[in-house]
Design a protein around this ligand. Structure first.
Ligand SMILES: *Cc1c(COP(=O)(O)O)cnc(C)c1O
Length: 404
């Protein structure tokens, strides 16, 4: 049974707070986390929410309260996680092409660290030797994920230490007496196929023998969630079974138990989020009927950035006759959300709700065109709470230094 906010609930929230507006549903986040813990019951598994998907401090606090850990992709995210109350052993920092001082900053916070380049690994080893076990992010040369832009583990990807450089890793470990505690991969986003994870496990198990201090295999995030009615996400039940099998086998072969870690972002928050917009203008242009809303790529860039699909519903007229619309934003760029989409008949002033807007929505939002960011609302225990207030003009000038 999946939890969703109803059209009526969303309309009520939009009426009360005004649009554009991101709405998040706390209990849905919990439901997703519980799906994971149930599916991986047979494994020694830990989950770290990849918070770059959505970092509002209330979301971080909520994620903490339900027992989930947190994965950070920058030192600032680590500091936000600390601010949200996560203890250091519940924070993971997976760096990518960062300056060494950022890794040092994370070390000062005492968090788990995954390093993704030989040069930073060497610096870390030279400075800290065997005093601070770390993980390495391996690039397994696997093609995976929804599309090339969100695929990160293939042989041309910038992410991770290429598998073929394993000898250099071992040399650094030997020279600096570094302890490698974790082997990490994250091959991409929207990975539907359980076999991709199985392939990743195979790659890591294969090199595990070189790392006597190994305690954790970290398989990253990238679970797919359904975007369209009838579409399937990653079969986490099947994956849970597969992982349990593989890890039991590993224990037999190597005579030691390792934990399996995951870093789900989208899976935790995507379906819990909605972007509610309002139709400013209807415009018939040749064959195309445009519905122009009070939002755009400044608020939700995913459709334009990597062609992602968001279901859109006219929540003001949820049972009216259907017509075809092209839904666009109000930014001076081509910011098409959806082309030729069937919607219940739209009038100017209607609310259009975008689904699957919890992950990489507000997080990638900007002030482009000097427009304000959407407000954010958290629905928790049936109550809608404002968690990001409206911008004001001063926010657009913040940190600018007027010298003229
Ligand atoms: C982005 C990211 C994730 C989360 O990816 P999702 O597709 O949102 O699950 C996990 N791990 C790392 C290292 C990432 O960069």
């Amino acid at each position: 049974m999946s939890q969703q906010l109803t059209s009526e609930q969303l309309v009520e929230i939009a009426d009360r707070f005004g649009t554009p507006l991101y709405v998040y549903h706390a209990e849905k986040i919990k439901e997703q986390y519980e799906k994971l813990t149930a599916a991986f019951e047979g494994c020694n598994a830990r989950f770290f929410y990849a918070c770059k998907a959505l970092t509002n401090i209330n979301i971080l606090k909520y994620v903490k309260s339900i027992g989930c850990n947190v994965d950070c992709s920058s030192l600032n995210e680590v500091l936000l996680a600390v601010r949200a109350g996560f203890e250091s052993n519940r924070i993971l920092y997976t760096s990518n092409n960062v300056a060494f001082c950022e890794i040092e900053g994370a070390k000062e916070q005492g968090v788990h660290i995954n390093i993704d380049s030989l040069s930073n690994l060497k610096k870390f080893g030279e400075k800290f030797s065997d005093t601070y076990p770390v993980g390495i992010r391996v690039r397994p040369n696997i093609m995976a994920g929804g599309n090339l832009k969100i695929s990160t583990g293939h042989s041309k990807s910038k992410f991770g230490i290429p598998l073929e450089n394993i000898d250099s890793v071992l040399q650094i470990v030997k020279d600096t007496n570094l302890r490698i505690r974790t082997l990490h991969i994250h091959t991409g986003s929207e990975i539907k196929d359980v076999e991709v994870f199985a392939k990743g496990i195979e790659v890591l198990f294969d090199i595990a023998k070189f790392f006597p201090h190994l305690e954790v295999i970290d398989l990253g995030g990238g679970f797919k969630v359904p975007y369209k009615p009838g579409e399937k996400g990653t079969d986490i039940q099947a994956l849970g079974k597969k992982v349990a099998e593989e890890f039991n086998l590993f224990e037999k072969l190597y005579g030691k138990k390792v934990e399996v870690w995951f870093e789900p972002g989208k899976f935790i928050v995507s379906e819990a989020g909605y972007l509610i917009t309002q139709v400013n203008v209807l415009k018939q242009s040749g064959e195309t009927l445009f519905a122009g809303v009070n939002s755009g790529l400044n608020h939700l860039i995913r459709p334009m950035f990597y062609g992602s699909h968001h279901e859109i519903k006219n929540i003001s007229n949820a049972s009216g006759p259907e017509k075809e619309y092209t839904v666009v934003g109000n930014i001076c760029e081509t910011d098409t959300f959806a082309e030729d989409r069937m919607l219940n008949e739209v009038s100017e002033g209607d609310y259009l709700a975008f689904y699957n807007a919890g992950a990489y929505g507000i997080e990638m939002a900007s002030h482009y065109n000097s427009r304000f960011k959407p407000q954010e609302i958290l629905v928790i225990d049936g109550e809608a709470k404002l968690i990001r207030k409206k911008d004001v003009l001063e926010d657009l000038l913040m940190n600018q230094v007027e010298v003229l």
